[in-house]
Design a binder for this molecule. Structure first.
Ligand SMILES: [Zn+2]
Ligand SMILES: [Zn+2]
Length: 340
C-alpha cells in the first residue's frame, strides 16, 4: 500500500509498505482510508514547530474510512461500513479513563501525532474508535474530528439557551465551536483580527455580531451586551495576551474556556478572578459522545459542512501540493487528501 511518511521537517516521502494483515488483532478493525483532513497539527509537524513531535511519522488524524474486516464479536461493525475515526487512543486504566474522560487520558496516544496515522491506504484501529454513519460522505467523516474540537469546547462551557457567548479567534478551531454553541442556543459574538474571517463567519454561521479584535474589545462588548458582558468566553486563539484579556471581558459568574493552546505561561489577577467568581476550563480533544453528536447534527442538517472544505488533492499529489497549501494567501480552511 502507498504510505506517505514525514521523514523530517519539510520532507515527505511516498513509500510502498506491505498491507496490514487481513485479520486485525482482537478488538480491532482493518479499515481502508478514503479521506484525510489536514489541520494545524500537521502544518506544525511539517514545519518542525510541533512540541514533543518525533520523526519519522505517518501523519493523518482526521479520517474518513471504510471497514474491511473486523475481529471483535462485541462490535456490530461490518465490512463496507463508513466511519469517522476517533484518533485518541486511550489506555482504559488511568484515573481519567476510569472516569470517562478518555480525551485527557494520562497515557494518551493520538493517531498521526504520537503514533502513525492515516496517510496510508489501510490502517488498523480499535473498533470502539470507529463511529459509523450511513449518510455522511468520506470528506464529512474526515471533518468530524475537526468539529469534535469545537463540539467538546462548547460542551465544556455548558451553554444555556439565550446566553451570550463570545468566541475569540475565527480560525478552524473557533469556527468549529460556532455550530455547536448555536445549537445549544447561544447568542454568538465572534471576535477576530481578520475582517475576511469575520465576513466568513457572518456568511456561514448563525452569528449575531462580529467584532474587530484590533479595536477595544471591552467597549465593544459593553455596548453589544448593554453592559452585561458575555457569560461564556471561548478563546480559540492560542495567544497568551488574548487569553489573559478574557478575565477582563467575562461577566461576573461567567465561564472561560481555553480551547486554543499557548505553549507557555498564562497569568491572571487573583482578586479579579475571585471578585467575578470565574470558572476557568481547558478543552482538549473530544469524547466519543461528541463524535456521535456531530454525526447526528451533520446528518440532520443542523451543521452544514459545505463551507468547510476549501482545498482538495489526491494522495499522489500531496507531496508537491502541501507546501503551496502552507502559504498564507492560499487561504486554506480545510484541505482534504483522497486516498484511492
Ligand atoms: Zn486536527
Ligand atoms: Zn487512560
Amino acid at each position: 500500500m502507498d504510505t506517505i511518511i514525514l521523514q523530517e521537517p519539510g520532507r515527505f516521502e511516498m513509500t510502498r509498505r506491505e498491507d496490514p494483515p487481513r485479520e486485525p488483532p482482537p478488538g480491532h478493525a482493518l479499515v481502508k482510508v478514503h479521506t484525510v483532513g489536514i489541520c494545524g497539527t500537521d502544518w506544525h509537524a511539517y514545519r518542525g514547530k510541533q512540541p514533543f513531535f518525533t520523526y519519522p511519522r505517518v501523519l493523518g488524524h482526521e479520517l474518513g474510512v471504510e471497514v474491511v474486516s473486523v475481529n471483535d464479536p462485541t462490535s456490530d461493525l461490518k465490512r463496507g461500513d463508513k466511519c469517522a475515526v476517533e484518533p485518541y487512543l486511550n489506555c482504559g486504566r488511568c484515573i481519567a479513563c476510569r472516569r470517562g474522560r478518555s480525551n485527557c487520558c494520562a497515557n494518551l496516544r493520538v493517531l498521526g501525532v504520537h503514533i502513525d496515522g492515516g496517510m496510508q491506504q489501510f490502517i488498523i484501529v480499535p473498533t470502539n474508535k470507529l463511529h459509523r454513519s450511513e449518510r455522511l460522505s468520506p470528506e464529512q467523516l474526515a471533518l468530524v474530528e475537526t468539529l469534535g474540537i469545537g463540539c467538546h469546547a462548547a460542551g465544556r462551557a455548558g451553554i444555556e439557551k439565550g446566553e451570550t457567548v463570545l468566541v475569540i479567534g475565527a480560525g478552524p478551531i473557533g469556527l468549529s465551536v460556532l455550530p455547536f454553541a448555536a445549537a445549544d442556543g447561544a447568542r454568538l459574538i465572534v471576535a477576530d483580527v481578520s475582517e475576511s474571517r469575520l465576513e466568513f463567519c457572518r456568511k456561514t454561521a448563525r452569528v449575531e455580531h462580529t467584532i474587530d479584535a484590533r479595536q477595544d474589545l471591552l467597549s465593544q462588548l459593553q455596548q453589544l451586551t448593554d453592559n452585561d458582558f458575555p457569560t461564556v468566553i471561548i478563546d480559540a486563539t492560542g495567544n497568551a495576551a488574548s487569553m489573559q484579556k478574557t478575565f477582563e471581558l467575562i461577566a461576573p459568574g461567567g465561564r472561560i474556556v481555553f480551547v486554543g493552546l499557548f505553549p507557555g505561561e498564562v497569568t491572571f489577577n487573583d482578586p479579579n478572578f475571585h471578585k467575578r467568581e470565574i470558572t476557568l476550563l481547558a478543552s482538549r480533544n473530544a469524547l466519543p459522545g461528541d463524535f456521535r453528536r456531530i454525526i447526528k447534527l451533520v446528518e440532520d442538517g443542523t451543521v452544514d459542512t459545505r463551507p468547510w472544505i476549501t482545498h482538495r488533492a489526491a494522495h499522489h499529489q500531496l507531496i508537491e501540493i502541501f507546501p503551496q497549501w502552507l502559504a498564507p494567501d492560499a487561504n486554506v480552511l480545510k484541505a482534504m487528501v483522497r486516498f484511492d
